[in-house]
Design a protein around this ligand. Structure first.
Ligand SMILES: [Zn+2]
Length: 183
């Protein structure tokens, strides 16, 4: 069992680079360690943050590079998940524009599931608990709650950029790699 002892607000994510050094996406430190331990990546930079297991103490990776090149088509599709929806929306409730922490956020189906709203990028948005409850089982139109913007599927690079905007403690050394990204 690995124990976390991070200071709050400390950036602990890893920047994943393609084998060509292009920035691909920001991943969790847990995912970075899994990739590292499975020999899929080389660690280029470390955070000055350590994790402790029963037997060892090791720094967590900050920048990692894939050993095998992944074609851009394969990674341009961003996995549809709650966290990635939050990230796409910048952790901002798409109804009241309030920026919230992970805990205060929910996923809202623009067209409710009960009204055959699909489960995809175009029908889900980040909403604070309050707005989600207020909207209930209604569409934005019937609830009189217009969306800040139309939801759409993000590209991986959008997520990298969003994460950078939202995270105050992005390591400076990431900049070198982010500037390396392909147009
Ligand atoms: Zn709200």
């Amino acid at each position: 069992m690995v124990k976390e002892n991070f200071k709050t607000n400390q950036n602990r994510s890893a920047l994943l680079l393609n084998a060509s050094y292009e920035a691909m996406k920001v991943i969790s430190w847990q995912k970075a360690i899994v990739l590292w331990l499975s020999d899929k990546v080389d660690v280029i930079e470390f955070h000055n943050i350590y994790i402790h297991s029963a037997k060892a103490r090791f720094p967590i990776p900050s920048v990692i590079k894939l050993r095998t090149y992944i074609s851009s088509v394969a990674f341009r599709r961003v996995r549809f998940s709650k966290q990635n929806v939050y990230l796409r929306d910048g952790y901002i409730c798409q109804y009241c524009a309030k920026r919230c922490s992970n805990k205060e956020l929910t996923i809202d189906h623009v067209i409710p599931i009960s009204k055959q709203g699909p489960e995809n990028w175009n029908n889900v948005v980040t909403a604070c608990r309050h707005c989600n409850q207020r909207k209930g089982n209604r569409t934005p139109a019937t609830a009189g709650m217009p969306l800040l913007k139309e939801p759409e599927a993000p590209h991986w690079i959008t997520l990298v950029e969003l994460e950078l905007q939202n995270d105050m403690t992005v390591p400076l050394l990431w900049q070198n790699y982010l500037n390396h990204k392909a147009g």
